[in-house]
Every structure is written in C-alpha cells, then in structure tokens.
Design a protein around this ligand. Structure first.
Ligand SMILES: Cc1cc2nc3c(=O)[nH]c(=O)nc-3n(C[C@H](O)[C@H](O)[C@H](O)COP(=O)(O)O)c2cc1C
Length: 196
C-alpha cells in the first residue's frame, strides 16, 4: 500500500508594522493564524513575532558581538522561520517606522532575512497600503528577501467595515483573499526548499 507523502509544516514568522492595540494589520495576522488553525490552510504554522519591545536601532547597543535581549530574540525567531508574513501599514506613502526599525535590526550581520520567502499584506487608507508595499519590496531587495508577487493583498480600511471593534477580521471575502496569499506563500516556500 502506498502511503501519501504529507506536506511538511512550514513555520511562518508574522510581523506587524503597527503597534496599535486594535491595529487592522494585526487583525490580518490573527486572521491568517485562524485560517491555519481552522484547517482552511494546511501545512503552515504562523506565529506572531512582536516588534513592540525592540529599541530604536543604535549600533552602540551591539556590545561584544551581542544584541540587546529583545533584538536577539527577534532575530532568532526570524532565522528559525521557513517564511515571513509581513502586515505592512502605510504611513505617509511608506512603511511604518517600527517596521523599518525591525527590518534594520534583523539585517545586521549575519542578515536574518537572507533567502527567506515572504509575503506582504496591508490594511491602509486610500491605496490600501500599495505604496508602502512598493517601498518594502525595495528594502527586501538588499536584504535578499524573496517576496511573492501575486496575489497582491491591499485593503482600504475606510471603505466598508472588514474588522470588528477590536480589529478582528470579520469579512469572508477578505479572509478568502488572505487564504490565497498564504497558499501562494506556501507553494513558493516549498519550491525554494526544493520540496516536490
Ligand atoms: C502617521 C500616519 C500616516 C498615514 N499615512 C497614510 C498613507 O500615506 N496612506 C494610507 O493609505 N494610509 C495612511 N494612514 C492610515 C493608515 O494606513 C491606517 O490608519 C491604518 O489603519 C493603520 O494601520 P493599523 O490599523 O494596522 O494601525 C496613515 C496613518 C498614520 C497614523
């Protein structure tokens, strides 16, 4: 009897560029975790890696080849992941300060982002985060992050309500779009790993 080969479970580090308690971008990450936990997406394990405790980047804080404890823990989580999901808010047509700070800390040698497959999702204003995503992709080139190109995921939070008061994603159509992003990330990450 042939036993069907099961897909490996990929570990995904999810980062939210907004520190707001009821952040819609954080809601997208919770939504993605729920899609995996409910079995709607099989073979991905998503963990939210908080960037809230990271100090502002200052290379003076690197002492004797060591980073501050919060930075060490963050870098370790990124390095241990098979893929990265970034929920990227748009601030003044670009990525948020906290997200850039996190990107910069994990870029310090040895670059924790190197050769990681990644996906971006955004909840923003008029352009739904599109302009911020372009800047994030540009940063990713130097960091050797490999973003999937499609499907794009942008969401205008000022149109019809897609979240409840606590920032939880409640819109079924948006959940389906999010699911498609996760499936594309999974497929790309497996290809990068050389899995069949
Ligand atoms: C300082 C600031 C600048 C912003 N600039 C933009 C912008 O350029 N484009 C946009 O689409 N939304 C902009 N917004 C709106 C945010 O994208 C929106 O509030 C989003 O919900 C923030 O993400 P969060 O809900 O995860 O905190 C801005 C918000 C703030 C606070």
């Amino acid at each position: 009897m042939e036993v069907a080969a099961s897909k490996p479970v990929l570990q995904v580090a999810a980062i939210c560029g907004s520190l707001r308690k009821a952040s819609f971008n954080r809601g997208l990450i919770r939504g993605a975790i729920q899609l995996c936990e409910s079995g709607a997406v099989d073979g991905l394990w998503i963990e939210h890696i908080s960037i809230d405790a990271l100090p502002f980047l200052n290379t003076d804080l690197e002492v004797g080849g060591e980073f501050p404890a919060a930075v060490e823990a963050f870098r370790r989580s990124i390095r241990a992941s098979d893929a990265v999901l970034i929920a990227c808010p748009e601030y003044n047509y670009s990525i948020s300060g906290p997200l850039k700070n996190a990107m910069d800390w994990a870029s310090r040698p040895p670059n924790a982002w190197a050769a990681k497959p990644a996906a971006i999702v955004s909840a923003g204003g008029g352009y739904g985060g599109k302009l911020a995503q372009q800047h994030l992709r540009q940063v990713g080139v130097f960091l050797d992050l490999h973003f999937i190109n499609k499907p794009e995921f942008t969401l205008n939070v000022f149109q019809s309500p897609k979240f409840d008061e606590e920032g939880n994603l409640i819109d079924e159509e948006t959940k389906e779009k999010l699911k498609q992003v996760l499936l594309a990330l999974q497929s790309f990450a497996l290809k990068m790993k050389g899995s069949p």
